[in-house]
Design a binder for this molecule. Structure first.
Ligand SMILES: [Zn+2]
Length: 167
C-alpha cells in the first residue's frame, strides 16, 4: 500500500535508466547532450552545455547574490528564494596561481585562476593558452570561457570541463 502508484521506483527494475541516457536531468536541467555519436556531460552542475555553453548560478531573488552550489538560504541576506541565472562567458582575471605540482596524470605547470565574470559572478577555472609565464599574465586581463573534453567513460560519454582563454 505504501508503494502504490510509485511505478518505476522499484530498485529491482535497475538498469532501465542505463539504456536511456541520451538526456539526463540534473536539478531539472539538461546536462547531457548528444552530438552525433558522442554524448557529453559537464563535470560540474553549473556548466550548462548546448549550442551556447555557459555557466549558471543560483541567484538570490532578494539581494542578487550568486552561488554555484545549491543553498537553503542566502549567505548574504538569509532569504530563501533563488532563481537560475545564466552568467556571462567573458570576464577578467582577478587572481591566479601557477601550479607546478599535481597528481601524476595532470600536466604541469598550469594556471589556476579566479575570474570575475562581466555582469556578476566569480568562478575558479584554469587559464588556458596563456602560457605559465607570470610576466605575461596580467591581473585584469580579459578572458572568455571555453569548454573542452577531459575524458570519455566506458559508455562513450565525454566529460566536458571549462576554462578560460585570453579574449
Ligand atoms: Zn540574498
Amino acid at each position: 500500500m505504501l508503494y502504490g502508484g510509485v511505478s518505476g521506483a522499484d530498485p529491482t527494475a535497475g538498469g532501465a535508466a542505463k539504456h536511456d541516457t541520451d538526456v539526463t536531468h540534473v536539478n531539472g536541467r539538461t546536462n547531457v547532450r548528444q552530438m552525433g555519436e558522442t554524448k557529453q556531460m559537464s563535470v560540474v552542475d553549473y556548466l550548462v552545455l548546448g549550442d551556447e555553453p555557459h555557466l549558471e548560478a543560483n541567484a538570490c531573488t532578494s539581494c542578487g547574490a550568486l552561488f554555484f552550489d545549491r543553498r537553503n538560504a542566502c549567505a548574504k541576506c538569509g532569504k530563501q528564494s533563488f532563481e537560475k541565472r545564466a552568467l556571462s562567458n567573458s570576464g577578467i582575471v582577478r587572481s591566479y596561481t601557477i601550479i607546478h605540482r599535481a597528481a601524476p596524470n595532470v600536466a604541469v605547470p598550469y594556471v589556476s585562476s579566479v575570474i570575475e565574470l562581466d555582469g556578476g559572478g566569480v568562478v575558479k577555472g584554469n587559464l588556458l593558452e596563456a602560457g605559465s609565464d607570470p610576466e605575461k599574465i596580467e591581473l585584469g586581463m580579459k578572458v572568455k570561457m571555453t569548454t573542452f573534453g577531459c575524458g570519455v567513460d566506458e559508455e562513450g560519454t565525454e566529460a566536458v570541463a571549462f576554462g578560460f582563454v585570453p579574449a
